[in-house]
Design a protein around this ligand. Sequence first.
Ligand code: AMP
Length: 217
Amino acid sequence: MNLILLGAPGAGKGTLAKDLTKIFGIPQISTGDMLREAVAAGTELGKKVKDIMDSGALVPDDLVNAIVREKLARPECRNGFIFDGYPRTKSQAEALENLLKEDGKKIDAVILLDVPKEIVVKRLTNRRICPHCGRIYNLITMPPSKEGICDSCGSKLIMRDDDKEDVVTHRYEVYLEQTAPLIEFYKQREILFTITVQNGDEDVTQMVLNVLKKVRK
Ligand code: AMP
């Protein structure tokens, strides 16, 4: 199954992608994670994108499309994949469509996580991540058992630079301007499924599994 998770930063795409990865045994493709890895490793790509990412703006389409092309060619993506944070512009969505077409593939479903702005801002500013294993925590709703330490691997948790409140507000505006138009793009292709989150306590993974039953029939 080939999936796209769409939604504002902090909507819960990463957490959902990790659940779906375990359930379906297909990889998560997070362009944000791949770009952060490039920054951490100090590669040419990493040097080009660091300041852009810290400001909360989007990295140029051609750079992101190139890393996705390379990732999709790997054997682990043969039986399906879950995009988290890609595509983020109409031009990326078109590039992806063409890329998949070359391989005779297509996107089966786009899951839109529709979450109120107050919830995403609160989530992001309280989010802490494990730089080693990628596990995601929330200081209010899902804190680690030992303060500042990952339950899974014992590494020190960090706050992403772009999770600071002023950057978060900018990222939300960028989402509305550049990514939200994809809702209409995928609605037209009749593959968009909306999961409405009202208070943040919902079992989003279960809601998505119910929706996907219709897709996988
Ligand atoms: P994320 O972890 O998905 O929130 O992404 C973190 C940052 O990486 C974003 O604010 C962008 O600067 C950059 N980024 C990730 N994915 C993309 C994408 N598909 N297009 C452009 N920039 C991206």
